[in-house]
Design a protein around this ligand. Structure first.
Ligand code: ADP
Length: 702
């Protein structure tokens, strides 16, 4: 397969915003100098001289110095933004400098994605220009001398990952009394944790200068930016507030813990295992390196495949475990481990019952790609299965009093005479030695570890990923260190419709509801609903290795998911097909012809070009029209640790590694060469439970 993109993977990761931990790295002092200086006298109406003013930026004061030349124009401009996050606020600084110099005014457009920094720069520049005889600017209200705030309730918004976030502060003269954050669409992704957690952080610190939630930087920055704006409305001097960011601890303390079962990773498999083991009466420690649970499970949108369930029976759906096995094998190009597939299918109905029992029923059954019968089970209210399961499981975890150690990363398995007897882990301030009778690996895949991706699949270098930030293959590395065998490790699933700057996955339902894919020449190039690997490969053959997904207003109105794509700003809109074509730099005539042909194929129920037969119920004829530029992204790492049907980890010698169990995306073999939709959740629930049952049994015997 050819190389996907020329640009480096790190650069695209940096753009990933909400799912990029790199964004939290702030440069101590970010100085942009004369890259765009005019350095010659321009005519203007300011008073010659040098003037400086400063305003609150995102991470501290932003200082602007303007140099007015002899003819009264802005000759040069220096912007010093202490601590502005380099690739968000920092990147905006040169753009703002250029704009102000070109326009000879501070009244320029804010830079998208860096509104707070932009506003600070604009305001400081306006103040400096006011000193030079320009128009006076209001610097906003000021709290009376000795007070922090003008008492009252203040609300401000900022753009988050999926739309606006709104922060409301109630303040007295000297304290923040309450913080309310409303997250809009952030609730569907990791940003929802930022929405839930940052109010407490701000309250506790009595300052907006707190750490962003790692992995949810865009949402965090929007919230903290809005909080700062609200504080400024309340007359506060943001620079006077204490910086409450946590610093690295020089010397960590050591702590030893003892338990029955340690489970590494609080995603779907880990939480299933933890709940089941606790219900069986075992002492459990659940380690999670991120500040929140969920991993890639949170992102699952479809549902859980299961055969011969009571929901199917109640709805008169005929299905069988055997057919489930055959569909999975065929989808996986028959390289799957058949024993594991049979185990998953045979236990899937019981998995559905188990979810019922913990208060997470999946009663809505429908068809999904690659399944012969209606088999995918989803929540009643149509919400995304992953977020629903994570919320329900977390509730159960809390109810059962399971000890979840967040921000604690497992680093090494402890062994004694070849038996796994615990885990070494570390948090910000502590090194843990956790002794246990059994360890369950539930660390997920390695989709967000570019080095590992390249190690196993050089051709995927630079490919963006839809994986959550914590999905870095730690479990695979730890297992290998104790001799575990790996299977199908090079089998990595690409998803064909991933927006590249945000890594946002454009759900298959968009194509399922009738969208088409066109290349930069405005032409279709595939049956858009073939399997993920085939459509991805077809995209990579197109000029520039990308495509556009095209849909219309009718489709938008019928599919809620599209609203997020529009509010995030990744969608281009055109009043007519030609208008849309011009905006995406495609020949308007060609695109119009492609759409006309397509609409005719839909009417005839016949696609003579590529033989598409599904997702052809409605044509694309209702303006306005929409396009999202997409390319393949890494979606699921199907290979991983080798287990047997009891979820016990096998060594390279084929023998069991005593005391070590694994489940979920960390495991290889279940999905073979291509995972079909709905099987990730089946895998998590079924093998999460089996790993847990086996670990419980192991504890009882040892
Ligand atoms: P699964 O398919 O097993 O449900 P998920 O991706 O949903 O996988 O969850 C895996 C979880 O494991 C994530 O929450 C991730 O942050 C966590 N994790 C990964 N590596 C470690 C580690 N070394 N220590 C603790 N938690 C980890």
């Amino acid at each position: 397969m050819k190389k996907l993109f020329d640009r480096s993977g790190i650069a695209s990761l940096l753009f990933m915003g909400a799912i990029s931990v790199f964004l939290v790295l702030a440069i101590d002092f970010y100085l942009v100098n004369s890259a765009f200086s005019v350095n010659e006298d321009v005519a203007g109406s300011y008073t010659p001289g040098t003037y400086t003013a400063s305003e609150d930026g995102f991470e501290g004061p932003v200082e602007v110095t303007v140099e007015i030349g002899d003819q009264g124009g802005i000759k040069d401009l220096t912007i010093v933004g202490a601590n502005e996050t380099p690739d968000v606020g920092g990147a905006a600084i040169p753009l703002l400098k250029k704009a102000i110099l070109e326009k000879q005014s501070a009244d320029v457009d804010a830079v998208t994605g860096a509104t707070f920094t932009s506003e600070a720069v604009k305001l400081a520049a306006a103040e400096a220009l006011a000193q030079a005889g320009g128009e006076e600017v209001s610097t906003g209200p000021k709290a009376p001398e000795g007070d922090l705030f003008i008492p009252g309730t203040y609300t401000e918004s900022a753009k988050g990952f999926g739309g606006d976030v709104t922060v409301t502060l109630e303040v007295t003269e000297d304290a923040i009394e309450s913080v309310t954050i409303e997250g809009g669409d952030e609730t569907e992704n990791i940003g929802s944790f930022a929405v839930e957690m940052l109010d407490d952080r701000i309250m506790e610190a009595q300052s907006p200068k707190v750490d962003a939630l790692s992995g949810a930087t865009v949402t965090s920055n929007a919230i903290l930016g809005a909080a700062k704006k609200a504080m400024k409305d309340a007359g506060a001097d943001i620079n006077a507030f204490p910086d409450k960011k946590e610093e690295a601890v020089a010397e960590k303390k050591n702590e030893e813990l003892n338990t029955d079962i340690v489970i590494i990773g609080a995603g779907g498999a880990g939480m299933t295992a933890a709940i089941n083991a606790k219900q069986a009466g075992k002492d459990v420690i659940l380690l999670e390196k991120m500040p929140y649970a969920g991993g890639n499970t949170t992102k699952a949108t479809g549902g859980m495949n299961a055969a011969e369930t009571h929901y199917q029976a109640e709805q008169g759906i005929d299905d069988s475990v055997e057919q489930f096995v055959e569909d999975t094998m065929e989808g996986g190009h028959n390289i799957n481990d058949r024993d594991l597939v049979e185990t998953m299918a045979e236990n899937s109905a019981e998995g559905i019952d188990w979810l019922d029992s913990i208060g997470a029923p999946l009663p809505k059954v429908s068809f999904s790609g690659g399944a012969t019968n209606a088999r995918i089970h989803a929540p009643e209210d149509g919400s995304g299965v992953g977020a629903y399961l994570v919320t329900s499981m977390l509730k159960k975890v809390n109810e059962l009093g399971i000890d979840v150690m967040y921000n604690t990363k497992a680093t090494e398995l402890i062994t004694k005479d070849g038996t796994v007897t615990g885990v070494k882990a570390e948090s910000r301030d502590t090194n843990y030695t956790i002794n246990a009778k059994a360890v369950i690996l539930a660390t997920g895949g390695f989709g967000n570890n570019e080095d590992m991706i390249v190690q196993y699949r050089e051709d995927l270098k630079g490919t963006v990923t839809t994986s959550a930030p914590g999905i870095t293959g730690d479990g695979i590395v730890m297992a290998e260190e104790v001799g575990a065998d790996l299977v199908d490790i090079e089998q990595i699933q690409l998803h064909p419709t991933v927006e590249q700057k945000t890594s946002m996955l454009i759900t298959e339902s968009v194509r399922g509801d009738g969208a088409i894919l066109v290349n930069q020449d405005g032409k279709r190039f595939t049956d858009e609903l073939l399997t993920r690997d085939v459509v991805s490969a077809a995209e990579l053959e197109q000029p520039g290795s990308y495509a556009y997904i095209i849909f219309d207003q009718r489709l938008r109105e019928g599919l809620k998911a599209t609203e997020k794509y529009i509010s995030t700003g990744i969608t281009v809109e055109g009043e007519t097909i030609e208008d849309l074509a011009e905006k995406i730099d495609v020949d308007p005539k060609t695109l119009a012809e492609t759409l006309n042909n397509w609409n005719k194929y839909v009417a005839d129920k016949n696609d003579p070009d590529f033989g598409r037969t599904t997702g052809m119920e409605k044509d694309l004829s209702q303006a306005p029209y929409y396009a999202i530029k997409i390319a393949p992204g890494i979606h699921h790492t199907m290979g991983g640790v080798h287990i047997d049907t009891s979820a016990e980890v096998l060594g390279k010698d084929g023998n069991k590694i005593p005391g070590l169990f694994a489940a979920g995306e960390v495991v290889g073999g279940v999905h073979g060469g291509n995972r079909i939709g709905g099987n990730a959740v089946a895998d998590i629930v079924v093998f999460g439970k089996i790993a847990s049952d086996s670990a419980v049994e192991w504890c009882d015997q040892n």
